[in-house]
Ligand binder design. Structure first.
Ligand SMILES: [Zn+2]
Length: 384
């Protein structure tokens, strides 16, 4: 019992969803897109500003580190000078000691200070002489020991400063790579900004256009507002000589020529081989919404038309044109020449490529992928 109820509920939901799937796009969806991309742009700009702040902080830290490194280097330099000075003083003291010994040798008129000591005329004199020499040399030795201690201390300080400098250099390197990482991230974000701005511009233009056509937020574009003329009526409905017209009001887009490639197996449309300059007619009454060669990657000249078939949007695309005979916004009937067969874009000879879709049209109300997933065999509408 529960299962049956569930199935009924699911079926009801399915029925509710299905019609909306063929209803294409509301103006609100465009408004939402403007909002979405504007939010995205703001987020990107905020992230970039935050990153810029971080980079500024890192740069300040690097400057501080550089100052510290310079200071430490100066200290090391001073310590080296002091070590040198102490070494000089030790040498001086050594010389002084030698000189003292020599002095006693000279004043005792003997060759060695030992002789000076043993020349004493009394034991008291000898003790005195020994003590004078010893005191003087002990005194110098003490100074030399102190100086050696100072040198050791200074050398230790130098080593510590060297170590500190190495650490500072490592830190500086880390900060620099962090700075580079953030800067790279910002460049990447910056690179995506034009496309985000392009999306905002594109959807804003759509919103403005359909609002100018009287569309409200909940209107379905082309279906409940800005409706294209109903196919089968309006415009020039006389197909002209040689026109092959179906009961549904759709016609073959050219007179004569031959079908050189059918729809399917990777071919998204039907190719009609015909001489360059052959007139091309709209397959049904409709409204031209794109004329140009900027949509196609290979620069094919194209005309895109939206049709209103029993309230459903049907789209037709004519590619590789030699030239155009219509402009955007123009309503056309099946007797109206829209352009001429050519070989522009990725083409190896004069032919017309006709491509058709339902509900979603490329740059009308859908992205390229939305559009391609709604492509149909043109023969569903156009007589073979
Ligand atoms: Zn083709």
């Amino acid at each position: 019992m529960k299962k049956i109820k569930l199935i009924i509920v699911l079926l009801c939901i399915g029925v509710l969803i299905l019609p909306s799937a063929t209803q294409a796009v509301t103006l609100k969806e465009y408004e939402d897109m403007v909002e979405k991309y504007t939010k995205e742009l703001k987020e990107k700009e905020a992230k970039m500003a935050k990153n810029d702040e971080e980079v500024a902080e890192i740069k300040a830290k690097i400057v501080d580190i550089e100052v510290e490194i310079t200071k430490a280097e100066e200290e090391i330099e001073n310590l080296k000078i002091e070590i040198e000075k102490s070494n000089e003083e030790i040498k001086d003291k050594e010389k002084e000691s030698k000189r003292l010994v020599q002095y006693f040798q000279v004043i005792s008129n003997e060759n060695t200070y030992l002789e000076y000591i043993f020349e004493a005329d009394s034991i008291t004199d000898m003790i005195y002489r020994v003590s004078v020499v010893e005191q003087l040399t002990d005194y110098n030795k003490e100074i030399m020991d102190d100086l050696e201690k100072l040198i050791q201390e200074n050398q230790q300080k130098t080593e510590e400063l060297d170590k500190k400098n190495d650490e500072l250099a490592d830190l500086k390197k880390e900060l620099n790579s962090e700075k580079e990482r953030i800067e790279t991230e910002n460049r990447e974000i910056e690179g995506t900004i034009p496309s985000t701005k392009g999306q905002i511009e594109y959807y804003q233009k759509q919103v403005d256009y359909y609002k100018s056509k009287g569309c409200k937020s909940n209107d379905v574009i082309g279906v409940t507002c800005d409706k294209p003329p109903v196919s089968g009526g309006g415009g020039n409905s006389d197909g002209g000589a040689g026109a092959i017209i179906g009961a549904n009001g759709f016609r073959r887009p050219i007179v004569g020529g031959r079908i050189s490639w059918y729809y399917g197996n990777g071919h998204k449309g039907v190719d009609y081989a015909a001489g360059c300059g052959t007139p091309i007619y709209s397959v049904a009454t409709g409204r031209v919404y794109y004329v140009g060669n900027t949509l196609d990657a290979w620069g094919a000249k194209m005309v895109l038309i939206v049709h209103n078939y029993n309230g459903r949007l049907v789209f037709s695309q004519y590619a590789h044109l030699q030239g155009y005979n219509v402009s955007v916004g123009q309503n056309v009937g099946i007797g109206d020449v829209i352009g001429y067969v050519g070989s522009t874009g990725n083409s190896s000879g004069c032919h017309l490529h006709l491509e058709m879709s339902e509900d979603y049209g490329w740059v009308y109300n859908g992205t390229y992928s939305q559009y391609t997933s709604h492509i149909i065999n043109p023969f569903k509408y156009v007589p073979n």
